[in-house]
Ligand binder design. Sequence first.
Ligand code: FPP
Length: 249
Amino acid sequence: MANLELYPQIISNRVPKHVAIIMDGNGRWAKKQGYLRMFGHKQGVNSVRTALEFASELGIDFITLYAFSTENWNRPKTEVNALMQLLVDTVEKEIPSLMKNGIRLKTLGNISQLPSKCIKQLNHTVEITKDNQGTTLVLALSYSGRWDLIEATKNIVNQVRNNNLNVENITEETITRALNTSEFPNPDLLIRTSGEMRISNFLLWEIAYSEIHFTDVLWPDFKKEDFLKAILDYQSRERRFGKTTEQLT
Ligand code: FPP
């Protein structure tokens, strides 16, 4: 349930429905303090919790977190394994909090590539949170925008092959519906932490008209105030979707 009274700066009818976040900078954060990279990822979990709580407080319908990209499989095996274990442990540990806050978990990506203990824990948590009515947390895992576009292309080719679709009738809507993100609205706001200004193969189709907020803050340092800044930045933008200012009023 949205509780905006504490944030008079926020324009209540312009809260983004969907916020997507590229959580970057865990490794650099750890290195800066002389720790191993994995310590940064562990601290990053606290920021995930904070961001989720704030999204829930603001009544944001969807929050999509880029937790593990297709390309992240190329990291050292020890880091990949430790990240997978962190994922299992975190998802299990957070179940009571997800239930208490009415948060529904969904996954996005090539989940079948994950270790079976991850798949089991994720499926279990998706199942027991499925009737929750608050914010939907979408964890993008073994995901990349290009992967999903390839999947969608295969799906569309099959529809054509099976005579369920005429090539001339392929529209934006056809592609949107064929993507694994079809059940989610497009993100209104995309946040990337750590000062990098890249999209890194995230939600390529879906962010066509998203507002983008870059911050230098490293993910483990990303606090409620930083999220609030991003929301206020978003609310200061004029979303024209290709039209002129005059057409909007
Ligand atoms: C990017 O930082 C972060 C990741 C690839 C992993 C994100 C994982 C977490 C925040 C923790 C687990 C999450 C959940 C949802 C349980 P980086 O390693 O690329 O940092 P660097 O660019 O400084 O090296």
